[in-house]
Design a protein around this ligand. Structure first.
Ligand SMILES: [Fe+2]
Ligand SMILES: [Fe+2]
Length: 354
């Protein structure tokens, strides 16, 4: 598999994937001793059932390319090509960042449950990353994933933050892929690249990864009670807001799929909220007009910050500073909005039924 990751791109897509920004996927490391102490005995039967699903490895042969990938890339008009390429680069980085994190945990823990889970998930994410990297080759590009792993900066996250952030990114990943898949199932004429045909079974992997984190959190109830509820609220909002800002930067790609970023994102929020009720005791009120108004304002401020960054110089730095304060205030206003509470289900496990 190594040769997949060893490509010298004519323009440096590895560099594009390495650049750190507020919105770019990050690489994480964590406290392995604390990971070792995870105890899933209170959810043992659900856990064993999930591990059996991983062991079955239903997607083992799924990530094999057939035919028409490179022809599809050659046929893309220029603006779509640029946005789709950006989508692939950020996706490969996200998949690979999961792969690296899960691998690091697997290598550094003794706890047999955690080790086994992390190995399964690293296996899946490596497949996802290399599948996307193949598609980047059709652009005569490829991200040198090994170099990325060596050179990218790592952010330390305590285990509970890993659980919240990774749970949500797996579930939102599922919601994003299944929404695109269903849209293109209804409208095959908008399927401008064959990779979307892989999304249905692909996102079932992400759903399963999310299930594992849901069980880990259920096994340790303090993770979802008390002050930790404030952290859950923070991560829900951060993940939703990041996605909203980022998707609006790819208007052409969404239009090509017959989607508008706003409608698509609110659908993804609905699905993610419905799923996250399995473990989080509340959801964000994303349908409230005030939530939507503030989120849109936050997006516009983030666009101003991006423009100021490109402008550079003293004025650019000043605008960026002002923008950051505005963004912070808007984020806070969104954060303190009332949430929708509900009771947790007796059984955590869910099926990917969207
Ligand atoms: Fe993945
Ligand atoms: Fe995943």
């Amino acid at each position: 598999m190594d040769d997949l990751f060893d490509i010298s791109p004519p323009i440096d897509s590895t560099e594009a994937a390495r650049q750190d920004s507020l919105l770019a996927p990050r690489f994480y490391t964590t406290d392995f001793d604390a990971m070792d102490k995870i105890d899933v005995s209170s959810v043992r039967s659900s856990w064993d059932q999930l591990m059996n699903e991983f062991r079955e490895d239903v997607n083992k042969g799924h990530f094999e390319r057939t035919g028409s990938f490179s022809d599809a890339v050659a046929a893309l008009p220029e603006p779509l090509r640029v946005e789709f390429l950006d989508f692939l680069i950020s996706s490969v980085t996200a998949e690979f960042s999961g792969c690296v994190l899960y691998n690091e945990i697997a290598k550094n823990v003794e706890n047999p449950d955690v080790k086994e889970l992390m190995r399964f998930m690293a296996r899946d994410e490596a497949r996802h990353a290399s599948f996307i990297n193949h598609s980047l080759k059709d652009f005569n590009l490829g991200v040198d994933l090994n170099r990325l792993k060596r050179e990218k900066k790592y952010t330390f996250f305590s285990p509970k933050f890993i659980f919240y952030a990774t749970y949500l990114s797996e579930k939102i990943g599922y919601a994003r892929y299944i929404s695109i898949y269903r849209q293109l199932e209804r409208h095959p004429e908008y399927r401008f690249h064959p990779i979307f045909l892989w999304f249905e079974r692909w996102c079932n992997d992400e759903f399963r990864h999310g299930e594992a984190f849901a069980l880990i959190m259920r096994a340790d109830p303090k993770l979802i009670t008390g002050a930790n509820r404030l952290w859950i609220r923070f991560f829900l909002l951060a993940v939703y807001a990041t996605m909203y800002v980022r998707d609006h930067r790819r208007p052409v790609m969404h239009a090509a799929m017959g989607l508008d970023p706003r409608g698509y994102d609110y659908q993804v929020f609905d699905i993610t909220s419905a799923i996250s009720k399995q473990i989080f005791p509340f959801t964000l009120d994303t349908d409230h007009p005030e939530f939507r108004r503030l989120l849109e304002k936050l997006r516009l401020v983030m666009e101003d910050i991006e423009l100021a960054k490109q402008r550079g110089g003293v004025m650019g730095a000043l605008s960026r500073g002002i923008g950051s304060v505005k963004a912070g205030v808007l984020f806070l206003r969104l954060y303190i909005r009332p949430v929708i509470h509900h009771d947790l289900p007796h059984d955590v496990r869910l099926a990917p039924s969207w």
